[in-house]
Design a protein around this ligand. Structure first.
Ligand code: 5GP
Length: 201
């Protein structure tokens, strides 16, 4: 299963996603490549693979990305190989990704994809959170808020929508979505043999 989680910057999708992955051994987080600079505390290979414009371009040319997009004047892309390896090993993959990336992946793998959109409870709350995390300049925060206004126009393309008013509640909702989708028969190839075994017992 490919769990695609989008939201405007600051609505909490990264915290929700990281906790879901920490709580589920068979769910891994896709680590994107980006041309933006690391923020304080970010580590190469943990939050992102940080690339120069030239390196990113070379990866595009080599077909290394499942999808890539321009976001906030930088490029972000999903490396293909780790996703394919995870799926081959029977793992699920979570993507913290903007609407363009979610659409590109869902278009390529519609039956495996589940899309979740996280909304902030209010715009003033979102602005407050972006200021509180104190990682970006005022100019970048305004760019993120403007882009967020565009991002939320895509909410109707998603399978599930969570309003992140309370983190624990929102996290529980995300967990329920993941667990319910995980139990769909088509996502459990071992089921026919299991049921056959039951019938023969
Ligand atoms: P940030 O700079 O705050 O880490 O991320 C900015 C935006 O880029 C977020 O909406 C994030 O979900 C999105 N993003 C991160 N990685 C990717 C990716 O690989 N592909 C796409 N299309 N968007 C991404």
């Amino acid at each position: 299963m490919l769990l695609l989680v989008s939201s405007p910057s600051g609505a909490g999708k990264t915290s929700l996603s990281r906790r879901l992955v920490a709580d589920h051994l068979d769910l891994i987080l896709s680590t994107s490549a980006t041309t933006r600079a690391p923020r304080p505390g970010e580590e190469e290979g943990r939050e992102y693979y940080f690339k120069s414009g030239e390196e990113f371009q070379a990866m595009i040319a080599a077909g290394d990305f499942l999808e890539w997009a321009d976001v906030h004047n930088h490029r972000y892309g999903t490396p293909r190989a780790p996703v394919e390896a995870a799926l081959a090993a029977g793992k699920d993959v979570l993507f913290d990704i903007d609407w363009q990336g979610a659409k590109a992946i869902a278009d390529q793998m519609p039956s495996d994809s589940v899309r979740v959109f996280v909304l902030p409870p209010s715009w003033s709350d979102l602005s407050r959170r972006l200021h509180a995390r104190a990682q970006d300049s005022e100019e970048i925060i305004n760019l993120r808020l403007d882009r967020g206004r565009e991002e939320i126009t895509h909410w109707g393309e998603y399978d599930y929508v969570i309003v992140n008013k309370n983190f624990d509640r929102a996290y529980a909702d995300l967990g329920h979505i993941y667990r319910a989708e995980r139990m769909k028969p088509g996502r459990n190839p071992w089921l026919p043999e299991f049921v056959q075994g039951l019938a023969e017992e």
